[in-house]
Design a binder for this molecule. Sequence first.
Ligand SMILES: Cc1cc2nc3c(=O)[nH]c(=O)nc-3n(C[C@H](O)[C@H](O)[C@H](O)COP(=O)(O)O)c2cc1C
Length: 192
Amino acid sequence: MKVLGIVGSLRKGGNTEFAVQSALKSAQDLGADVEEICLTDYKIYPCDGCGKCKTAVCHLDDGMKKLLPKIAEADALIIGSPVYYGGISGGLKCLLDRCRPLKLQGNQLSGKIGGAIAVGKVWGHANVIDTILHFFGSQGMIAVPIKSNPGIGAQIIATKYGDAEKDINGIKAVQELGKQIVENTIRLKEDK
Ligand SMILES: Cc1cc2nc3c(=O)[nH]c(=O)nc-3n(C[C@H](O)[C@H](O)[C@H](O)COP(=O)(O)O)c2cc1C
């Protein structure tokens, strides 16, 4: 089982990376192969809406050429974003929009498992999780719940470097998310 974690912050070693890594570690402890993708390592242009990805390879020549196969091959995705003005980061939005070929060319993510993580100082986590859940839903994916939380997705309260490590409840939630990712992916494979 391959679990791909996407760090939607351009701040290397920041709170979002810590959160995604914590979820991946939890999945790895249960036997998953894990890989982390950081936006800092890839140049990603915004989608220009040309619509050619319905049938052809995207004309934008950038990091998505490497990322799309990785995302398509994963059994499950963990997507984390910092809260920016109550929404996801611009970098992550570019990546999610550019995943359109995966939907239009054979619904390649359909039936796969997803987990959403929001990391912010005080406000807007729910909007971030909603946006990521919309992506999962549009792609035909299944989002995992956090049993200890009333909703779907995990949130961490953090702002300065290192803050995320101090949010005990947030860490518990992302660890639980990693566990749910593995358990649900196994269940899905057994059902097939
Ligand atoms: C442009 C910008 C907008 C932000 N907007 C919000 C916000 O609306 N709500 C919030 O709680 N935190 C907000 N923050 C704080 C970040 O979410 C917080 O610092 C987070 O820990 C950053 O994650 P990182 O360490 O992975 O970069 C904002 C930060 C930046 C740089």
